[in-house]
Design a protein around this ligand. Structure first.
Ligand code: SRM
Ligand code: SF4
Length: 519
């Protein structure tokens, strides 16, 4: 076991020290004062760190224009909520925009600190929350984006994910029990057959499995990416029923992690490091103690037996006569007008609901089949296609240098430009998933991609230049596995040629001919 004294003595890292001095959530009661003072007068640690407990991110790249990260349990929001978010972003003109994130969530841009009290009032009025969405907290909890509408789903995860979020955030009020974890923490609850959530890269993942004829979840733990180390989640050897046991077991794991996780070296603080240090048997025994009843052993196999779907396009729902439509959102970026448009489409054609995917796309469900033709003729589809070209279709990109100070390269615009260029010059037999990430933190998940591109600095012709390390071999859906680095330091301006080579050699790409229907 880890020496408890090591965690509580003077060797704590600087984050642990400032958390011990003042909990992140404490800034909640100071927001009105901060708004009045202006961001320049806010204490540095409050400004750059503690505000993240409320989802408010100071951006050194654009000082004074904050990012606001929400929580979207299971990636679901109403058109009404989307409209409120659009109104908030709209008032910032050119500076205002939103991104769909790789955790099925939304982040708003251009936000001014003086507006936060008013924004939070608007949030409260419609049931939105940004609480505990950054720093050493449990991040947005993901679930299948077609939960409750997928004809082949096993478990509808919507209620469970909401209950989990309510427990972790005390129904959005902020829950001091879980605001001082050793590090960030990711939870996913998969109810479908295709592992839409990337279960393998979460600190806790629930995946559907039959045990003695009963449907429930096998539990995986410890998956994570960091600059230092990336690991796929491993079995806890536990199975739970799809009810409050999911919440109780998550609570037990969080308590064990909170009270025992390593807090000296921040690079070794994620859950997997504790599991390594203790060994799985000890970890499981400690979790069982916190759970308060015997853990059932895992089912022999899980039910993840499909290739992963991307949900782009039109698909029949489990409800007869209704379809869901998946719109491709290029690299997840939305303007205020786009957000109003999606809210309108959801209201006019669907039942007002909007869903987000970890591929940074949007689904509008509950479209009567009789209304599909009208919907498909909407001008919105010119920007947000339901049948994009193969490389653009599967493109994912993290924020990158435009707003993120960790970034070593610009990502989103470059990713899109290169994908469009290659789609115009190559014919691909099937989509190839290319993920861009601006630095080794891996927010864009290059390790789950067919081709992952991780920003790095290179030298070209004796001068510093932007480049990437290339990852390959990521496999998603059933038998998911992480890709690894296959080539280092490729200058970005050489990427079209290098990617053309990889796509030709490994993915059957051929030069596009004029008669090709895609061109
Ligand atoms: Fe991330 C830090 C953006 C998903 C691993 N991530 C950051 C920060 C907050 C850094 C910062 O303060 O600038 C980035 C904010 C930039 C900005 O202005 O947008 C940032 N991460 C993102 C998002 C927005 C990428 C995107 O474009 O979609 C994703 C937001 C998810 C959400 O809604 O909550 C995002 N980040 C991820 C993921 C993917 C996932 O969860 O599936 C990972 C890898 C998985 C994991 O965490 O195990 C990820 N982000 C990191 C890390 C490395 C964590 C570590 O243990 O070392 C950092 C740096 C850190 O925490 O110290 C980081
Ligand atoms: Fe920023 Fe790096 Fe995360 Fe991209 S991967 S959002 S550059 S921290």
């Amino acid at each position: 076991m880890v020496d408890a004294a090591q965690r509580t003595t003077g060797k704590l890292n600087k984050f642990e020290k400032f958390k011990a001095e003042k909990d992140g959530l404490a800034v909640k009661s100071e927001l009105a004062e901060f708004a009045q003072l202006g961001w320049e007068s806010v204490d540095e640690t409050d400004l750059t760190h503690r505000l993240k407990w409320l989802g408010i991110f100071f951006r050194p790249v654009t000082p004074g224009k904050f990012m606001l990260r929400l929580r979207m349990p299971n990636g679901i929001l109403s058109g009404q909520k989307m409209k409120v978010l659009a109104e908030i972003v709209q008032r910032y003109g050119e500076d205002g925009s939103a991104d769909v994130t790789t955790r099925q969530n939304l982040q708003l841009r251009g936000i001014r600190l003086e507006d936060i009290p008013d924004i939070f009032e608007r949030f409260e009025a419609v049931g939105l929350s940004s609480i505990q969405s950054g720093m050493d907290n449990v991040r947005n909890i993901t679930g299948s984006p077609v939960a409750g509408i997928d004809a082949d789903e096993l478990i509808d995860t919507r209620g469970l994910v909401k209950k989990l979020q309510d427990m972790i955030t005390d129904r959005g009020e902020g829950n001091p029990e879980f605001t001082n974890l050793p590090r960030k923490f990711n939870i996913a609850v998969e109810g479908g057959r295709d592992n839409a959530v990337h279960a393998e890269i979460n600190d806790i993942a629930f995946v559907p499995a039959y045990r003695e004829g009963k449907l429930g979840f096998n539990v995986l733990v410890g998956g994570f990416f960091s600059a230092r180390r990336c690991e796929a989640a491993v079995p806890l050897n536990a199975w739970v029923e799809p009810n409050d046991d999911v919440v109780a077991l998550s609570r037990a794991i969080l308590e064990v992690y909170r009270d025992n996780g390593l807090r000296v070296n921040r690079q070794k603080a994620r859950l997997m490091w504790l599991i390594d240090e203790w060994g799985m048997d000890t970890f499981r025994a400690e979790v069982e103690k916190a759970y308060g009843k015997p853990l059932l052993s895992a089912a022999a196999e899980d039910e993840i037996d499909w290739d992963k779907r991307d949900h782009v396009g039109v698909y029949p729902q489990q409800q007869p006569g209704l379809s869901y439509v998946g719109f491709h959102v290029p690299v997840g970026r939305l303007t205020a007008q786009d957000m109003f448009d999606f809210a309108r489409i959801a209201d006019v054609y669907g039942d007002g609901e909007i869903r987000l995917t970890v591929e940074q796309n949007i689904i509008i469900p509950y479209i009567p089949d009789t209304r599909l033709d009208l919907l498909m003729a909407e001008p919105l589809l010119q920007k947000f296609s339901t049948s994009p070209t193969p490389l653009v279709r599967s493109l994912v990109s993290c924020t990158g240098a435009q707003f993120c100070n960790f970034a070593l390269v610009e990502t989103k615009q470059r990713a899109l430009a290169i994908a469009r260029q290659l789609d115009a010059t190559l014919h691909l037999p099937q989509p190839v998933r290319i993920h861009w990430t601006g630095c080794p933190n891996s927010c864009g998940q290059p390790q789950v991609a067919d081709i992952g591109l991780m920003g790095t600095k290179v030298r070209k012709d004796g001068k510093p230049a932007e480049g990437v390390d290339i990852y390959m071999g990521g496999k998603v859906g059933k038998d998911a596995q992480l890709g690894t680095c296959v080539q280092k330091g490729v200058p970005c301006d050489e990427l079209p040629a290098v990617l053309t080579g990889l796509l030709t050699e490994h993915f059957g790409a051929q030069p596009a001919s004029q008669g090709d229907p895609e061109h």
